[in-house]
Write a protein that binds this ligand. Structure first.
Ligand SMILES: C[S@@+](CC[C@H](N)C(=O)[O-])C[C@H]1O[C@@H](n2cnc3c(N)ncnc32)[C@H](O)[C@@H]1O
Length: 247
């Protein structure tokens, strides 16, 4: 394995960006959690899409709703595709664990299937960075690995790839430690592959207001999330054979 797994991941996506898009561009699970995230954003929100890939469907949908989207991805090929797919958004080719972004400047931050490529030990510091980029009351949604903490390096979609995660209780604890209050957590089977992810929708605490979320919800009350995205964190299930995304 390369000394820095994040370089390996960026190089890997340079090779498989098009294959990934063809294979994973559609997921009802991702759509449901994106809908839950969108329902909590204010109008014309400033939103980060971390590990934005080719910008489809997340950045494209967010920009289409009128939000001001900044996508970050370590892969040059993914960033080229994202700029072509979503001209209305801004894209940075950068490692999300190192990129410099202004503090307390985003209403929302999404990380769909990307934190699972960051070494488990770096996921806590990354979440702390995400917490610092969000405004008080800002919304986070992300997917994490499920089951026992695990690192995996091997052939994936025909290239060498790296996946990593903490156990689910640790991931939830790291989100809390980053100043984000979980609103919904659930381990969900993917609909487009043999894999499960822990999903977390959370809100940055707003200490100044003396409560967590002053007026961020629309008049309709709780966000509309598909029935699969209930509030409970299911007990961890045994990991899949190799604990990573199956092609
Ligand atoms: C599985 S793809 C997900 C793409 C998109 N978010 C989606 O929903 O399909 C993971 C993406 O995260 C990016 N990524 C992984 N680790 C990263 C890091 N440390 N910094 C920036 N981008 C990263 C990869 O380059 C890749 O484009």
């Amino acid at each position: 394995m390369a000394s820095n797994p994040k370089n390996l991941v960026a190089r890997g996506y340079d090779t498989v960006a098009d294959a990934y898009l063809g294979r994973f561009s559609s997921s009802a699970v991702r759509d449901a959690w994106l809908a839950g995230f969108v329902a909590l954003l204010p109008g014309k929100a400033r939103v980060l899409d971390l590990g934005c890939g080719a910008g489809v469907p997340v950045a494209r949908q967010l920009a289409g709703l009128g939000h001001d989207v900044t996508g970050v991805d370590g892969s040059a090929r993914q960033i080229r595709l994202a700029r072509a797919h979503v001209p209305a958004a801004a894209f940075l080719q950068a490692d999300m664990t190192e990129v410099e972004l202004p503090a307390a400047s985003f209403d929302g931050a999404a990380a769909f299937y990307s934190i699972t490529h960051v070494p488990a030990a770096e996921q806590g510091p990354l979440l702390a960075r995400i917490g610092s980029w969000l405004k008080p009351g800002g919304i986070f949604v992300g997917s994490f690995g499920a089951g026992k903490a695990h690192d995996w390096t091997g052939d994936w979609l025909g290239t060498e790839m790296f996946f990593s995660h903490n156990d689910e209780a640790t991931s939830v604890a790291l989100v809390r430690r980053a100043g984000l209050k979980p609103l919904r957590t659930e381990t969900v089977e993917q609909d487009n592959e043999d894999a499960r992810f822990l999903w977390i929708l959370a809100r940055k605490l707003d200490h100044s207001a003396g409560r967590d979320n002053p007026g961020r919800r629309g008049p309709g009350g709780p966000p509309s999330v598909s029935p699969g995205c209930g509030p409970a964190l299911r007990p961890a299930q045994p990991p899949t054979a190799d604990g990573h995304r199956n092609a």
